[in-house]
Design a protein around this ligand. Sequence first.
Ligand SMILES: [Zn+2]
Length: 160
Amino acid sequence: MSIYQLEPGVVARCLFCRQNAVSVRELSGRTFDLRDEYDLRFDESMRVPICTKCGDVYVRGASLQRFSEVLERLYDERKRKAVEEFVSVIGHEFADVPRHRWEELLGVSPGYISRLLKGSRNLSTPLEVLMRGVTREPKQTLRMIGYSRRLPPALAARIK
Ligand SMILES: [Zn+2]
């Protein structure tokens, strides 16, 4: 029988790590990496063959389609949240600094943050790193950005 069509309760050998550890399991609650995002927590109920040793998931066809769609959605949500949290922090803590000054500072075009929020642009890894830095440790991150960019006076004053 194909490992992709494993019956519940049956254990098969993993094609990847060669351990006898593949069985049909619930994916909900398990975490997966996708491109530059880590530990995306699967939030839908789906039972598929998975290796409990190496985590290899045996899906194809419609199951693969659904599995991928969930991960892509979680990926988009993770990225969008990074932008939303950034916007929230700069709105609260740096209300006197207009958004276009931040865009200038981050090296993106005017209106880029809005396009990220709308999802019409993808948040790159380096920009996400900077945004998350500003969100978590605003002053420390501004100091770091200041090593290579001229900070607007309103921001430079905040980190003195
Ligand atoms: Zn395995």
